[in-house]
Write a protein that binds this ligand. Structure first.
Ligand code: ZN
Length: 372
């Protein structure tokens, strides 16, 4: 989908909406205003149908946000970082950067969302039942719809197929029994793919029976779930591989250090153009002072290259992320992507021993993935 907009920030979590969300929001509002409410409740003005439709879908998406916030709060409480919550075509996704630490924590984290949805459902159910007696019918209609839809959101998410919440609970159970997180994820995502095929099958069957609306929805959701189950498992495998590899195994030792005093014109001619490396550690008497890369050089106007030194242009050591040969690659790749750099200097006892390049890590992961 690609495009997403940030609409708010709650604490350190940024709340975003995906481009697809706008289309779904319009579709839901439209179907409520021209089909659902007119069929259930006759005699309202078109203005009222659209007003109630709009308010209902706004509250529906607020409920989905509440579901994701519930997951995020439990994650934060467990000390797990939450980057963002994105509302998109089938609800929401909370981007949580790490895996949970134990099966029990996973169950709490996974169950928080459906519990929030069930709470909203109960709340709107109560408003509907009690409010019906004295509230205006459109408000009662709105409450009734939100009662039903939040209940459906909770039930759908409790389907035991990974990466749905129910699948995470299943995974935690198997993980607890076997102690094997990867095996548990493989099982839970197989169930997820099975559920996905079942949804697609029922969807296609509904299409043949002429139920276009529901059929298409089921096929869509099944497709999405199938995809998510596969990527969820793959991500875990990659994370496992990264955790097993050490920086020392993947760093390259054949890097070319440059002296801090040389001029940019010489760096370009004798190093960049000849060796075709992207980045060079800058040293003075064997001590690392910083890193200079093509990007830094390009930021200086060409006519100043013959008079500017490497030392004036480089990224100084204080601003670099430095790793040790014993660090695992999962940490290193996180540092690479967080700081948006292509390489990290590797230091052992204060001495520069290698460079860890992003491309080397990615190639190693790809190789190992082919072999598992
Ligand atoms: Zn959830």
């Amino acid at each position: 989908m690609g495009i997403s907009w940030r609409i708010a920030k709650i604490g350190r979590i940024s709340i975003q909406i995906d481009g697809s969300w706008v289309i779904i929001f319009a579709l839901v509002t439209w179907s409520l205003a021209v089909s659902y409410f007119p069929q259930q409740y006759r005699g309202w003005s078109p203005f009222l149908y659209w007003g109630v439709g709009l308010a209902t879908s706004l509250l529906f998406f607020a409920s989905v946000l509440g579901h994701e916030l519930a997951h995020s709060l439990v994650a934060l409480w467990q000390g797990i970082e939450v980057e963002s919550i994105t509302l998109f075509i089938f609800g929401g996704v909370a981007r949580i950067t790490e895996e949970v630490k134990s099966p029990l924590m996973e169950v709490l984290l996974a169950f928080a969302g459906p519990l929030a949805s069930l709470t909203f459902s109960a709340l709107f159910g109560f408003i509907w039942v009690v409010g019906r007696l004295f509230m205006s019918p459109p408000l009662a209609a709105l409450a009734r719809y939100l009662f039903v839809i939040n209940g459906m959101v909770a039930l759908f998410n409790l389907i035991p197929g990974f990466p749905l919440d129910g699948g995470r609970i299943l995974r935690a159970g198997v993980w607890w029994l076997t102690g094997d997180l990867r095996g548990a994820t493989r099982l839970a995502s197989s169930v997820g793919q099975g559920v996905a095929f079942l949804l697609i099958f029922v969807g296609v069957w509904s299409l043949f029976r002429g139920d276009l609306g529901n059929g298409l929805w089921l096929v869509f959701i099944g497709w999405f779930l199938h995809d998510a189950a596969r990527t969820g498992y793959r991500q875990l495998v990659v994370r496992d591989i990264l955790r097993e590899m050490k920086v020392g195994d993947l760093m390259s030792r054949d890097f070319q250090p440059v002296e801090s005093g040389i001029l940019l014109s010489r760096l370009v001619d004798e190093y960049i153009l000849r060796l075709r490396d992207h980045a060079y550690p800058v040293v003075e008497e064997e001590e690392l002072l910083g890193i200079i890369c093509l990007h830094d050089v390009k930021a200086v106007p060409r006519e100043r290259w013959p008079t500017t030194t490497v030392k004036e242009t480089m990224t100084p050591r204080a601003q670099l992320v430095i790793v040790s040969p014993r660090d695992d690659c999962a940490q290193a790749i996180r540092a690479l992507s967080e700081h948006n750099v292509r390489q990290l200097p590797v230091l052992e006892e204060g001495r520069l021993v290698g460079l860890l390049r992003r491309s080397d890590v990615l190639n190693a992961v790809r190789m190992r993935q082919e072999l598992t």
